[in-house]
Ligand binder design. Sequence first.
Ligand code: FAD
Ligand code: DHB
Length: 391
Amino acid sequence: MRTQVGIVGAGPAGLMLSHLLHLEGIASVVLEARSRAEIESTIRAGVLEQGTVDLLERTGVGARMRREGAVHHGINLRFDGRTHRIDLRGLTGGRSIMLYAQHEVIKDLVEARLEAGGEIHFQVEAVRVEGITGTTPRIRFREQDREREIDCAFVAGCDGFHGVCRPLIPQAARRELQHVYPFGWFGILASAPPSSAELIYARHERGFALVSTRSPQIQRLYFQCDPDDDESRWTDARIWQELHARLENLEGWRLTEGPILQKGIVALRSFMVEPMQHGRLFLAGDAAHIVPATGAKGLNLAVADVLVLSRALAAFFASGGSELLEGYSATCLRRAWRAQRFSRWMTALTHRDEADDAFTRQLQLAELEYLTSSRAASTALAENYVGLPME
Ligand code: FAD
Ligand code: DHB
């Protein structure tokens, strides 16, 4: 087989890249380790920035999101027995966010690619990328017990944090920076009506909690936990008790309960690799960077990366110019570092760190007080939350 861009991984980064390249008239082949059913049902992120929403719509894959997603114009911060709304739209000159699950984005992108004759190989094994410092890298893989190979002009490593592509950048040429937090998020999906019209980020002495949503019937809730905790130790009754305790029944508000459909723990981590490119291998999304979930940036960063990459590849295939490709890493790292800063700040603002002393915890409250009483500080939160402009 031969293609212009070989893409490893059919997450948001890989699928969106394949879609954007197709619109530029560039051929690609996507290789995915998991089955279509699996990638279309894995529960992950839910907040799309304004720029992500605009891009999905502009490129013809936003119709179902527009019908079934929910636009939110604000978010709530809950702390010290009160709730404060951040008016995202008012503070950013009309920008908002969309609540639409990551696996729904995946379904829309897979459908669009397959309808346009795109090639996605699911359940491939033993993916090996060779020759990235030459001009025709090759990807070898196994598919239904057959060894196969694809010659490409470029390889996009969109294979997530545990993928095979990042380690292909020689150790001497790459720098990895990371911070591991002493907490994880316990996430549930519950069959219940929404408790709140907008998200609630709650800072509580017992730890952080977050009320999010998926649809009028399905709610998404999270609470800070020990990253090494075992979800089977949490009965449904205990989960609701913890959520009630952290969210409190403020001002007549009450969390609505319902059957828990799914539960799981994710660790919070900040990770960066520099540069995001080596030879003809370009990393995008979680393969290159992980942000703690508090800022809801992971999926949005993946989309921002591949927009930059698709434009750079389009310029190369149109004229042979490699200037944009050479700038890819620096361009994406600039945005990723800003997202790291914001996500870390949102995490520190709302989580309970057992290592913090009473002074530090009081400072956290002072920061929340300032944030919710100053228009300048609220604006800084809002402009980051809805997403800084795409390059
Ligand atoms: P991924 O979505 O990880 O996609 C990578 C794909 O590559 C996967 O489908 C994988 O199967 C495939 N792959 C891996 N290795 C290979 C290989 N060798 N060969 C072929 N294919 C391979 N962000 C938020 O903002 N909010 C959240 O609540 C949130 N929850 C999350 C929960 C979990 C469990 C995880 C892991 C992440 C979560 N994130 C969340 C982050 C967000 O989902 C990611 O930032 C986003 O998925 C990044 O997209 P991606 O395409 O870069 O990587
Ligand atoms: C969701 C996830 C996040 O990481 C976040 O900050 C807000 C909402 C969600 O899954 O709905």
